[in-house]
Design a protein around this ligand. Structure first.
Ligand code: LLP
Length: 404
């Protein structure tokens, strides 16, 4: 993304033109950035060539998943819908892992029928249910057990998953019990230990701690795990100030771990693959003046991009055309929804805007569209992919009639 002759562009395509042609609000993705992210991810861990299972929850667009699949990635899914989507995109079942604390019998049934690589179980009850269904089907099912390593990921509390007070995984004591349970079952084959301590992690130290716990746990169980699934969580930089995750240090820690416990590493990245490929293009409907600030009322709202309302997240916000005049008042960028949390950001010294101007929010490729809803009966935005000089609608804008 850069300004060329004062116009904001992605891969040389002006976002202003996208807005004109496809209307707003619209999600727009860069294929070039996607390719770069996947290649970088692979390069960071190339010495042990992990199985990379893209976390479908971060972006559920079928056509985008098809592109991701072409780079050889598999999928991490957390529902029957996501599993169906990954398969529809052509992903090999042998590269799909199923996570989540509440898989229903129906979902387990489906996953077994589709012969996916692993069902990563998160409780004793779930393992018993997998065992029961596998027995009826007379099948042997490959599973993983998710360990809760009680490690602080040092990220937002809302997206932390690896501490003992979180609902995810099982503690070490239960883990040992479950390993024994699996050994006694004819229908379960325990192949994997999985962990995932949280999302938007920018410090490598929590990962090192997590690996230490995994190391100790495996040593104590004496079980040989074919796979170690380290989850995802690699953070990205939403502003230019925050520090970057040190992949090299994480890589070193994993290599050290693998010397002791030879196994195939699985990753489940979402944000690091698609976060910075996405932009939300919106139009200023009105500018409403107030004593202290001006409200810039956009046609995008919290239903289109939930992250600010849900986590206080801040997305870089840019005008589609650069101008020199600066507003004296603070701009508060809001949507039309009837909630005070329908607010994206407040900015000082933003360039002067007028109604119908185009405003772009950056880094919304992960958990942008996938968290969107129809709140206030607002149709969901269109999604566009820029690939080379080609601009393609990869999901049509919803119509009001779709919602009636
Ligand atoms: N694996 C598991 C088991 C997960 O729960 C998640 C994310 C991932 C992988 C992918 O994590 P990532 O690499 O994307 O950090 N909606 C929040 C993020 C929630 C993450 C949920 N789990 C946000 O917008 O920041």
């Amino acid at each position: 993304m850069k300004y060329i002759k004062k116009k904001l562009t992605i891969d040389r395509i002006k976002l202003e033109d996208i807005a004109k042609k496809f209307d707003t609000p619209t999600y727009c993705y860069s294929y070039t950035q996607l390719k770069k992210n996947i290649n970088n991810f692979k390069k960071n861990f190339k010495t042990f060539s992990p199985l990379i299972c893209f976390a479908i929850k971060s972006n559920t667009n079928l056509n985008l998943i098809k592109e991701i699949k072409k780079f050889g990635l598999g999928a991490d899914v957390v529902s029957m819908g996501e599993l169906m989507m990954a398969l529809k995109a052509g992903m090999s079942p042998k590269k799909i892992v199923f996570s989540g604390v509440g898989k229903t019998s129906n979902e387990i049934n489906y996953a077994i029928d589709k012969k996916i690589l692993l069902i990563n179980a998160e409780s004793k009850s779930e393992i018993k249910e997998i065992d029961r269904i596998a027995r009826i089907k007379k099948k042997k099912v490959q599973i993983g057990i998710r360990l809760n390593p009680n490690t602080d990921a040092k990220t937002l509390s809302q997206i932390s998953t690896g501490k003992k007070e979180n609902k995810f995984g099982v503690n070490e004591k239960t883990f040992f019990e479950l390993v024994n349970y699996c050994k006694s079952s004819k229908n379960i084959s325990l192949e994997c230990l999985s962990v995932h301590i949280g999302s938007q992690i920018l410090d490598h130290k929590p990962y090192e701690k997590m690996l230490n716990v995994v190391d100790k746990t495996i040593t104590k169980t004496k079980h040989k795990f074919k796979f170690i699934d380290l989850g995802g969580g690699m953070g990205i930089s939403y502003d230019n100030r925050s520090k970057k995750l040190n992949y090299n240090k994480y890589n070193i820690a994993i290599k050290k771990f693998l010397k002791k416990h030879p196994s195939k590493i699985i990753f489940e990245p979402g944000r690091s693959i698609v976060g910075n490929i996405g932009f939300l293009i919106s139009k200023v409907i009105y500018i409403k003046e107030n004593d202290k600030k001006n409200f810039v009322i956009l046609d995008a709202a919290m239903n289109d991009l939930m992250r600010p309302a849900l986590y206080g997240a801040n997305h870089k916000t840019l005008p589609s055309v650069k101008k020199n005049q600066i507003s004296k008042k603070i701009y508060e960028f809001v949507g039309p929804i009837c909630e005070s949390t329908d607010k994206f950001t407040s900015l000082k010294k933003f360039q002067k805007l007028k109604e119908k101007d185009i405003v772009v929010m950056c880094d919304v490729g992960a958990y942008g569209m996938s968290l969107s809803s129809n709140y206030n009966l607002r149709p969901k935005p269109a999604e566009i992919l820029i690939k080379g000089s080609k601009i393609r609608v990869i999901k049509k804008r919803q119509k009001h009639t779709d919602l009636m």
